[in-house]
Design a protein around this ligand. Structure first.
Ligand SMILES: [Zn+2]
Ligand SMILES: [Zn+2]
Ligand SMILES: [Zn+2]
Length: 101
């Protein structure tokens, strides 16, 4: 059975697969009604100027201290082997300890 949704603008029933969906979760019968909604909607999801919805979270990385020269090194991801930025010594990585689990 076909799932039907009602256009949030004019209340016309429309097949969900053919409906225009807004980012805030409403459905529309046509591009015209959809774009009307996108212009008027106050939901942050539908606001193209709202950058807050599209930030990427980047993990701050992993610090380790070189046993050879005591230099503090920083890796952006978990790797199997690390190389000291100062003395170029290579070390295998043991356990990864998360400071904030
Ligand atoms: Zn409509
Ligand atoms: Zn909306
Ligand atoms: Zn070193």
């Amino acid at each position: 059975m076909e799932i039907q949704v009602n256009c949030a603008e004019c209340d016309t029933p429309v097949a969900k697969v053919a409906a225009w969906a807004s980012l805030c979760g409403e459905f529309f019968c046509s591009e015209e009604h959809w774009s009307m909604h996108m212009q008027n909607c106050s939901a942050p999801e539908c606001d193209p100027d709202n950058d807050e919805m599209t930030v990427n979270l980047i993990a701050s990385g992993y610090d380790w201290t070189c046993p050879g020269c005591s230099t503090k090194n920083h890796e952006i991801e978990v790797v199997a082997e690390v190389c000291c930025s100062k003395c170029k010594a290579e070390f295998l990585v043991g356990d990864t300890i998360h400071a904030y689990p």
